[in-house]
Write a protein that binds this ligand. Structure first.
Ligand code: HSE
Length: 298
């Protein structure tokens, strides 16, 4: 009647896949404990780690759980304890981890009445509370693992993309907060045709590179002609980090979700650690506190 779950952090966009592509970071995430209770409804009973609303209707995990709960006719409810490790506004899917954790855990306690895509549907409601818009590029990899592509939002269709065996991510999380809603507000409503052509050529090539484990093609495809020029200004020393990471051997570097976290994809653990050292070296000089992680993608 009770379950403990781990809800992973995720990297959305992955350079050229704005709002559709994402991957899962297996080693970083939140924990939740979910229990059945005699009282009907969804109750957040404890939040540790960060100061977030405890009322279910105002809490991302609560809203997604309520979206699921309302479709069921149960004579009992659920209590949720949230142990947050992922800082809100970090760009590694903090709200998505909350939104996914509650629905995943409740689904397990109910013996899985819903499939993974349906869980993402419920979680979209929670995610929308945080980012003021419905997107599933963090939610899908948190539920499915690996790389996912949100083919369509309505009806929701998610594709799992194969992950090359030796692919690692290095993530730096500078301790400043960027709100997704604000990072979306600075984006233009229209894009230049030449930029769009470049973007979909890179995006298609990246997906092909992931399918064929072609690291050199992945490297040549990890570019963002549309979003990065606007958002990189919000992240201190972004260009220095990118230059250092590429020089140290990263296949590519980009903004993780809406930032401020920055991801690099690397072939092999050794390369990922070299990139980590190079980035550490740059960021230690800024005086801004940061966390830095290496995670295998699978
Ligand atoms: N695709 C979203 C964005 C992800 O970049 O705004 C936010 O985490």
């Amino acid at each position: 009647n009770q379950i403990k779950i781990f809800s992973p952090a995720t990297v959305a966009n992955v350079a050229c896949g704005f709002d559709v592509l994402g991957f899962c970071l297996n080693e970083i995430g939140d924990e939740m404990c979910i229990k059945k209770t005699y009282k009907k409804g969804i109750f957040i009973v404890k939040i540790e780690g960060f100061d977030l609303p405890i009322e279910a209707e105002l809490n991302v995990a609560g809203v997604s759980a309520l979206a699921m709960y309302k479709t069921l006719d149960l004579d009992y409810g659920f209590e949720i304890e949230i142990y947050k490790n992922i800082k809100p506004g970090s760009g590694i899917g903090s709200s998505a981890a909350s939104a996914v954790g509650s629905v995943f855990g409740i689904n397990e306690l109910l013996d899985r009445p819903f499939n993974k895509t349906q869980l993402v549907e419920f979680a979209i409601k929670g995610e929308a509370l945080a980012s003021k818009c419905e997107h599933a590029d963090n939610l899908a990899p948190a539920i499915f693992g690996g790389f996912t592509l949100v083919k369509s939002m309505s009806p929701l269709e998610i594709l799992q993309i194969p992950v090359p065996k030796n692919l690692y991510a290095t993530i730096i999380h500078p301790q400043i907060e960027i709100k997704t809603a604000e990072a979306r507000a600075i984006l233009p409503n229209q894009v230049n045709l030449q930029d769009a052509i470049e973007q979909w050529s890179n995006f298609g090539s990246l997906i092909h590179g992931l399918h064929t484990s072609d690291y050199q093609l992945i490297k040549r495809s990890l570019h963002d002609s549309i979003v990065e020029p606007h958002r990189s200004k919000l992240i201190p020393n972004y260009n220095d980090v990118k230059t250092a990471a590429i020089k140290a051997g990263a296949l590519g570097t980009g903004i993780s979700g809406s930032g401020p976290s920055i991801f690099s994809l690397c072939e092999g653990l050794e390369s990922a650690n070299n990139v980590k050292d190079a980035i550490k070296n740059i960021y230690s000089k800024t005086g801004i506190k940061f966390d830095i992680y290496v995670s295998k993608i699978n």
